[in-house]
Design a protein around this ligand. Sequence first.
Ligand code: WTA
Length: 649
Amino acid sequence: MSEEIYYPNPEFAKDARINSMEQYWELQNSAKEDYEGFWKGYADEKIEWLEPYDKVLDESDAPFYKWFTNGKMNVSNQCIDRHLATRGEQTAILFEGDKGDVEHITYNQLSQRVNKMANLLKNEFGIKKGDRVVLYMPMIPEAAYAMLACARIGAIHSIVFGGFSAEALKDRIEDAGAKLVITADGAYRKGKPYMLKPVVDEALGQGGESIEAVLVVKRNNEAIEWVEGRDHSYNDLIDAQSDECPFEPMDSEDPLFLLYTSGSTGKPKGVQHSQAGYILWAQMTMEWVFDVREGDVYWCTADIGWITGHTYIVYGPLAAGTTTVMFEGVPTYPDAGRAWSMVEKHKITQFYTAPTAMRLLHKMGQDEPKKYDLSTLRVLGTVGEPIDPAAWKWYYEVVGGSKASIVDTYWQTETGGHMISPLPGATPIKPGYATFPLPGIMAEILEADGTPTPVGEKGLMCITRPWPSMIRTIWGDPERFVKSYFGDVKKDGKPVYFTGDGAMMDEDGYIKITGRTDDVINVSGHRIGTAEIEDAIKKVDAVAVSAVVGKPHDIKGEGIFAYIVLKEAGSADTETIKAEINAVLKQEIGAIALCDQIAIVPDVPKTRSGKIMRRILRAIAKGEPITQDTSTLEDPSIVPAIEKIVQEG
Ligand code: WTA
């Protein structure tokens, strides 16, 4: 075999929850033999049930699967109250601001603040169970308080990443029919204040009629506009609230939150997650994949605006009773040693980040980690995109001192938690492989007809049994839910969940994720649909047609490459058009969707029925040879013409 294999550090494996592949297979086989029994064991052990459930898994209305039906519980109880007797004085959230300010918030303090916030939402704004609350927040503890306060009273939060534009925020507010927006004046990044509240003002100026009030947390104290009657100050109102707010008994299947994500077509979809199944898997994966133990300080660098921030900064770590770090800034400020200095200062035991950040930190400061004491690190995680073996090796050797285990965790907004990942005390690792499905997860690489893809070949990454933390539906669009995830692959005549990713398995059963098979681009680990980008580009006057593809980028993983056909040939030059397009993208979606490269072309390759052949455009963008038959195109001569334009830059 060509790949190098890295075995878990025996010192670490000794105490790990799952510490051998035998134990892994035992668990996985027990799940295969008695699927419901497997999940029942964990649900009974981990969840504090207020009322027992009557059925583990209800498949009668597939694919609208239900877990732990009619059980009653509360996620904020899972994350806070039930820990108070044993860990009230332990740090729950360790906050570090951009400028280095540090705050330790104990579980007792978290409880008080979440209770107060829950009372504020209830008493001041009349938020009830089932109401939608949009969060447009920086990475400050109040964001976590707001999430948990919603969970406490049964309101459904929908967090919109702070990098999204006013237009994108407005669309999400409207789709969710939210009543309240919680935001902050702004926060700090790279030593300077940046603003959020003005974006909310702009969004609500354009629509978002369902919004009754805006709650504003003070963070950077910059001047902001104030709409009397609509805007309310968190800081002025919070002290008067009682710190006792009984949690609402929630049904296992009540929605916990919505999180909008891009698909290959149309507008972003509101992925709906449930209560019991979601929190169960969030906690289990914290224990298995990060192997959190007493006294650990766990740091995930994601933003709460993404699913990783939901499951692995707030819900999972707190459900597991660990200390979770929340960081306002960026790991490259004031220099490329910021992250490592934080690891040393806080004695971080698990560090979880994206390959993009890894590549950037590697590039900016190859030897930077060596200046710090990183010996507390036991588990290093990555998520969001495939990690290349070079970045993997640096992470392992230089950051982890060849002692820490690396977990390349594969999952999605829709899966709620990890699906395929090494177990740090058990799995021998091949860099670049997400390795094996976690115990209880029935992941298979299939052809569209459900036959297994042969070893070594690319197939479709599917999950063939429902799992507790899976997406329940797309908010307001159950048909799209069925079509998006259960439309492409059938196994034994029954539709199974298809992730949208390609994958291959090697002769040892190791799974490698090969990337999206649909029109979704993964920029710095963020999903962006090409359709969304093209819809925005349409708003540029001079543009007749656009076709957008992903192109490998050495830091971002993928960058955005746009082919543009002008209404009037020669009416504008590349630089002007690029500036106009990027201005529109910034306004319609946000800075994450900016094009890296554009090519003005006379036309795009289309089939005779008018379908744009993106595969050809992707190959040209990458500078790869065209392997496809182009004779069936409406105008085959367009292909060499485009190639020439792209080559000449
Ligand atoms: C990709 C992020 C390779 C994949 C948690 C998936 C990965 C999409 C990995 C989901 C990984 C995530 N290796 N690719 N370890 N993890 N992906 O919804 O294409 O923002 O479908 O969730 O990221 O992105 P999302």
